[in-house]
Design a protein around this ligand. Structure first.
Ligand SMILES: C[S@@+](CC[C@H](N)C(=O)[O-])C[C@H]1O[C@@H](n2cnc3c(N)ncnc32)[C@H](O)[C@@H]1O
Ligand SMILES: [Zn+2]
Length: 268
């Protein structure tokens, strides 16, 4: 099912990696992931989230603070029972691992452009095929996936449509306008409102939103490390002033976690 990121021909297993009939070769890293991001497709030397962001997200998520979000994501995926699924922008694999547990009979793939993220992610679930790759040129065949997951990540909608089987769908999870409201209140003088349905306007022809729901709960972060990690894994970590960030880390915090799930289907 994998395709060559340079010429789109099918990839076959070749010693310690994969290769296409034109002779393009890609190695499997010692940790187990495949690097399918050719140098010429990289916009920077180390694209995607850096090591510090990945470490912060891993510690925070492993602390269980967002466990209800992952549990609901897994439930929604389990309803679909796809033959093959792909997590696009998988990060360090916390949600991917829950998807793999929810879909034990299916063939699972996960990709991220950040090598630091995939290096850590692939330890979590060896049965998933982990890829360092770009979501703008996903190295999988047309109509090959019954389910795509996009969790707190950007998305290339044209690629999503290309990858989906007719009747398959994209399970998207993202913040609502209330997400981390109290944190934003402490960081900024003015809380910028945003439209948490604007992704729905981007759905291309041939795809249709068929289900949407929200999940909201209060989270108390009594631990300074957890507050620092939450800051480091969100854009607020670098947007706000150093003073305001330090103040957030210093004092206990109670925040609203508010998430929206959408199931967006490819029409048959
Ligand atoms: C906010 S993180 C979410 C990670 C993970 N889904 C989670 O929620 O824990 C967004 C991820 O998208 C990845 N990313 C950004 N641009 C990308 C691209 N063009 N192709 C693939 N991944 C990309 C980043 O490296 C990062 O890991
Ligand atoms: Zn090739």
């Amino acid at each position: 099912m994998l395709t060559c990121p340079l010429c789109s021909a099918p990839l076959q297993a070749a010693d310690n990696g994969v290769g296409c009939p034109l002779g393009h070769r890609f190695d499997r890293a010692r940790q187990g992931y495949l690097n399918l991001l050719p140098v010429q497709h990289k916009n920077s030397r180390d694209p995607g989230d850096n090591q510090a962001m990945v470490e912060a997200r891993r510690r925070f998520l492993d602390g269980g603070h967002y466990a209800p979000l992952a549990a609901r994501l897994a439930e929604l995926a389990a309803r679909r029972q796809p033959d093959r699924w792909l997590d696009i922008g998988c990060g360090e694999g916390y949600y991917t691992t829950r998807l793999a547990q929810a879909l034990p009979a299916a063939e699972g793939y996960a990709l991220d452009i950040s090598r630091e993220a995939v290096k850590r992610a692939c330890r979590r679930a060896p049965d998933v095929e982990w890829l360092v790759a770009s979501m703008a040129r996903v190295p999988l065949a047309d109509a090959s996936c019954g389910l795509l997951a996009s969790v707190f990540s950007p998305l290339d909608w044209q690629e999503a449509r290309r990858l989906l089987t007719p009747g398959g769908g994209l399970l998207r999870m993202g913040p609502t306008r209330r997400h981390l409201l109290e944190l934003r209140g402490r960081l900024y003088d003015e809380i910028r409102d945003y439209d948490d349905r604007k992704h729905l306007a981007l759905i291309p022809e041939g795809m249709q939103a068929v289900h949407g729901e929200e999940l909201e709960f209060r989270l108390t972060l009594g631990d300074a490390q957890a507050r620092a990690d939450l800051l480091a894994m969100t854009p607020h970590g670098w947007r706000a002033s150093a003073e305001r960030r330090a103040a957030v880390i210093d004092a206990p915090l109670e925040v609203t976690v508010s998430i929206r799930y959408d199931w967006i289907e490819r029409l048959p």
